[in-house]
Every structure is written in structure tokens, then in C-alpha cells.
Ligand binder design. Structure first.
Ligand SMILES: NC(=O)c1ccc[n+]([C@@H]2O[C@H](COP(=O)([O-])OP(=O)(O)OC[C@H]3O[C@@H](n4cnc5c(N)ncnc54)[C@H](OP(=O)(O)O)[C@@H]3O)[C@@H](O)[C@H]2O)c1
Length: 327
């Protein structure tokens, strides 16, 4: 099969190539998926660049997320799955066969059916962004989306991939959502996702506008804790959970006493280490929301497999929306 691979970590143009590799067979408990679209996330280029770990032991096909059709199953897997359209998550986690190829082989536990009318562009973007958003909305709470009904949620960066799905999932659960963006273009995306109020955080009076919407949020889905400390503290109160899923170039100084006075909780999230029951809850909610048509794709930029270097560079340079590779 044709696959994008790297044998050592480094800059995209130096380490990524497209080659023919043996098409893998699924082992026990695994499925093979013919990939129709491969979603690229920041974690994919950071891993390829060597920012998160070690070089691969022989080769690595990148990308955690994707969509495709099951074409073979391993021992112990229901062969009724063959022909099923699925979305994939954590495909390249502890696995050489990520989704940037014509086929991926991965544990059956890491695929979910994709509703017939859902576009590939949606299925390719659910794994990292939507599952992270779902977990950020559930972590430290009762673990049930129904508990968000009527609650107030602040989503920082509502036009980002995680932010987009945080808005859609929170609205689907019946929450009221205020979100922040940095431009009119991104504001339109956040409004289209269903946010009740969109605030440009670069404009004067942003904190007051958010406080005008609500004086206390139940939950913050936070992409930049240090940059947004004052805003988060302005709407944090007893029981507020601030779920932080991204780091900044410099770690913030957390004002402990002010968070103590607020009786707020900061909860740090890294998808790769989420306990399995909580991961399952986030995946189940994502699958349910996608199945009921509550989730939408972000604007998509498509690249062919041969253009994997340009695709990685686009994500690395902060492309708005999602970058998708089509094998
Ligand atoms: N912990 C995890 O498991 C996990 C999972 C997924 C993603 N991540 C990480 O989370 C980050 C975002 O991922 P993504 O896929 O959502 O990226 P993305 O689609 O590029 O979105 C990032 C968004 O954050 C916004 N942003 C940056 N600074 C902000 C600020 N101070 N206030 C409000 N918004 C701000 C950006 O918009 P503006 O700059 O225009 O405001 C952008 O819309 C990446 O660093 C990624 O590696 C971590």
C-alpha cells in the first residue's frame, strides 16, 4: 500500500516521504480499515517533529484520526463489521499504522460506526478534537452530558478544532455557551457552531462582556490558561471546573489563593492518558452526538497523500479549520 512514513523525527520536509509498504493484516482483536480521509491534528506534527517523545523504532505512519471502511477483521472480531464505514481514534498511539496511508490496522476498540449521511470530513475530525472536547466537558463532573443541561460553559478559542466541538457538544447537551475568538472570521465559525455569545478576546471590555452573559460558569474548556487567567477567574466560582487541554510556550503562574477563594478546580487533560472508563464515556458521547447530526465539520483543506509535507506544514502554521489528507 501507499503510505506517508517517517523513520526519524524532524522537520516535515526532511523526514516525511511517501512509499510503498506491505499492507498489514489485522491481528487478534484488530480491524483493517481502507482509509478514505485522514485528519491531521497538532499532535501529529508535534510527534513527527520529535517534540513529544522518541524516534520510531523502524517506521511510523502518522495521524491519529481518520475515516474509512473496514475491509478485514482479525481473530475474535465480528466479521459483520466488514464493509462498515467507521471513524478512527488514537490510531497511531502505540501503533505504527496511523491513518496517513491507504490502510490502517488498529484495535477494534478504536473504531466507531459513522452514520451513513455523515461526510468523510466529519469522520476524519472526531478522534482528537471531538473526543478531547467531550472529555473536557465531562472531567471532574458527574460524567454525564445530561448534567450540563441549563449550565453555563465558557469555551476559549471557539473556532479551533477542539473549541468547535466543545461548543457543539455543550449545546447538544443543553448548556448555554459563551466563547472567545480573535477575529470576525473566527467569530462566524463559532456562531455557526451554535455559541450563544461570541466575544473577541483581543478587544477592550472582553471580560466584562463575558461577565454580562454570566457571572459564574460551571465549566471552562481552556486552550490557553495563562493568557486567559483573568477571564477565567472573573467567571469562576464554587464548583467551576477549568479543563486545560493545551500548554503555552511558557507555563503560567497560577494564583493559588484566588483559585482557592473561588473554590474552582483546574483539571489538566491529555487524551493519551485519560483513564479508560472516562475515555469510553467521551467516545460514546461523541459517537452519539455524531449519530444524531449534532456535530459538523470545520472548513476543510484537502491534500493528496503525495502532498503530506505541505499538509503537515499547513497544520504547523495554524491553518484555520481542519487539514485532511485523502489517500
Ligand atoms: N491535551 C490533549 O489531549 C489535546 C487534544 C487536542 C489538542 N490539544 C492541543 O490543543 C491545542 C489546540 O488544538 P486544536 O486542534 O483545537 O488547534 P486549532 O484548531 O489550531 O485551534 C486552536 C485555537 O486556539 C485559539 N487560541 C489561541 N490562543 C488563544 C487564547 N489566548 N484565547 C482563546 N483562544 C485562543 C486559536 O485562535 P486564535 O489564536 O485566533 O485566538 C485557535 O482557534 C494544540 O496545542 C493541541 O496540540 C491537546
Amino acid at each position: 500500500m501507499k503510505a506517508a512514513i517517517y523513520r526519524r523525527t524532524g522537520p516535515a520536509a526532511e523526514v516525511l516521504s511517501v512509499e510503498d509498504v506491505d499492507t498489514p493484516d489485522p491481528g487478534a482483536g484488530e480491524v483493517r480499515v481502507r482509509i478514505t480521509a485522514s485528519g491531521i491534528n497538532p499532535t501529529d506534527w508535534k510527534t513527527r517533529a520529535g517534540l513529544t517523545g522518541q524516534d520510531p523504532d523502524s517506521f511510523q505512519i502518522p495521524h491519529q484520526d481518520g475515516v474509512g471502511v473496514v475491509d478485514a477483521v482479525g481473530e475474535g472480531v465480528d466479521d459483520g463489521l466488514v464493509g462498515q464505514r467507521v471513524w478512527l481514534f488514537l490510531s497511531a498511539f502505540g501503533n505504527r499504522y496511523g491513518t496517513a496511508a491507504e490502510y490502517s490496522v488498529l484495535p477494534v476498540a478504536h473504531v466507531r460506526p459513522l452514520p451513513g449521511d455523515a461526510p468523510d470530513e466529519l469522520g476524519a475530525c472526531l478522534g482528537v478534537p471531538a473526543v478531547t472536547a467531550a472529555h473536557c466537558l465531562l472531567v471532574g463532573g458527574v460524567g454525564d452530558p445530561a448534567a450540563l443541561r441549563g449550565r453555563d460553559v465558557l469555551v476559549a478559542g471557539g473556532a479551533g478544532a477542539v473549541g468547535h466541538y466543545a461548543i457543539e457538544l455543550a449545546k447538544h447537551a443543553g448548556a448555554r455557551v459563551v466563547t472567545t475568538v480573535s477575529s470576525d472570521e473566527k467569530g462566524e465559525l463559532a456562531r455557526a457552531a451554535g455559541a450563544d455569545l461570541v466575544v473577541n478576546y483581543r478587544e477592550p471590555g472582553a471580560v466584562e462582556r463575558v461577565r454580562g452573559f454570566t457571572e459564574r460558569v460551571d465549566r471552562v474548556v481552556e486552550v490557553a490558561l495563562g493568557a486567559n487567567l483573568e477571564l477565567d477567574l472573573a467567571v469562576a466560582g464554587a464548583g467551576t471546573v477549568i479543563a486545560v487541554y493545551a500548554n503555552e510556550p511558557n507555563d503560567p503562574v497560577v494564583p493559588t489563593r484566588r483559585f482557592m477563594v473561588a473554590n474552582a478546580t483546574i483539571s489538566y487533560v491529555l487524551l493519551y492518558g485519560v483513564p479508560s472508563a472516562q475515555l469510553e464515556a467521551a467516545v460514546a458521547w461523541t459517537a452519539d452526538a455524531a449519530g444524531s447530526g449534532a456535530l459538523s465539520p470545520l472548513p476543510i483543506t484537502r491534500y493528496g497523500l503525495d502532498d503530506v509535507v505541505a499538509a503537515h506544514e499547513a497544520v504547523e502554521n495554524g491553518a484555520v479549520g481542519k487539514v485532511v489528507l485523502v489517500p
